[in-house]
Design a protein around this ligand. Sequence first.
Ligand code: ADP
Ligand code: LRH
Length: 491
Amino acid sequence: MGNIVAFDLGASSGRALLGRLTDGRIEITELHRFSNDPVQVGDRLHWDILRLYHEIKQGLLIAKNQGIEVNSIGIDSWAVDFGFIGKNGELVGNPYHYRDRHTEDIMETLFAQIPASVIFGRTGIQFLQFNTIFQLFALKQANSPWLQADNRFLMIPDLLRYFLTGEMHNEFSNATTTQLFNPVKGDWDAELLRLLDFPASWFGDVLQPGSQAGMLQASVCEELGIPSIPVYAVAEHDTGSAVAAVPATDRSFAYLSCGTWSLMGTEVHKPVINEMAQKLNFTNEGGVEGTYRLLKNIMGLWILQESRRVWEKAGKSYAFPELVQLAGAAQPFKAFIDPDDALFLAPGDMPSRITQYCHQTGQQAPETVGEIVRCILESLALKYRYVFEMTERLSGQRFNGLHMVGGGIQNTLLCQWSANAIGKPVWAGPSEGSAIGNMAVQWIAQGEFQDIWEARQVIRDSFSIITYEPEAQDLWADAYDQFLKLTGMTE
Ligand code: ADP
Ligand code: LRH
């Protein structure tokens, strides 16, 4: 099938990539890239959903103006966030950002009503304060006018797809991240909805990745001057798409999807829902072809993004490569943070929070920009080792290396340090994992690939994968001991 377009919306930026299959190779061309800027209104934090919709239409327009006839599209985005569609078919309110503070401290309140073990047992999803379940609970506690029984719940890509097609569907991979979906039953968890007093009528049919989810509606075609084309439900959770694009050869593999977040884990065929998974706070997110992602969230390059934003506000702009270079020149292992400390979740002044963390843990805080970036990157690499070993323990597998995909692999220092920290090779690529996984699912649906493993083979043949062999392992092993001690983590 000629030209397909993947719209991949990350928490920091969105892009429209054109994909073509030529002689058994994938060729991608960037049509459009745009920043994704959260909008603070009063003390609430929102996504700019209409701007994102506008940028999607811009992507389609750019394709048209380049004379490209697009045959199908798919949209993926970050997980957990949502909006409601009212009885009149219109969006009710502007979706909140998962970093909005309305779910701070709410987990315990909900656990007083429904024990954590019951929620985990029914969903297999890790506890993160911003999961949809907690966001909806917070809205309910605040008597939000969004929560009319006849409104329809749609997640971000569901919403954008609805704007394009006029059809309302919930997509599976993203639905699992709500922590309201039962992977064993394969449907929304009726019992949890009952216990929470969430009307089942909010939730619709759940489409598997690869289902056709409608056609561009007439008003969109008219506005853009393009013919109607199919819109596919892909793995609409960006991490689901990223993992679909991991160019693994071995069926047992470990991955790290490295962007705003770092998502590390392995692919399994049955959700792992047991005491150990709950204790280690691992998740089982739905993927393509009946797979699950047994993984753990790590705060990721968010801390670096926010530091950069703070420096920029203070009049000092740094490009990412410049920050990497400054880190490379700074003193190694000067200070460590646990990137997943609650201090680093909300937007704000990360350099000051790192100082606060260091003082609380009896360390000398990093001072220069290079030292701060080095502290963030080294701490991330060390946290990767921690989670890599947990993944091995929980899945009962041993991995001979780590696949890294996502924009973060452009940070070659982070890739090298990750290899050093885990003491195994890192295979980095492709950097546009989510968009490529989005395309792969469209091509499978269209019969171009037999299954995800054939797609992975073609991805491997089409993109350069860089191998980072571990170096300086003694130094990194010592640093790991220090890291565990100073951050209070136990093995
Ligand atoms: P998301 O999809 O979550 O918005 P991306 O996958 O686009 O995130 O990755 C963004 C991250 O990649 C940035 O936070 C930055 O740390 C890193 N990055 C992007 N470009 C570069 C670069 N040229 N050099 C080093 N790091 C980069
Ligand atoms: C990464 C991601 C991640 C979720 C978070 C909200 O973009 O989708 O998998 O936990 O955003």
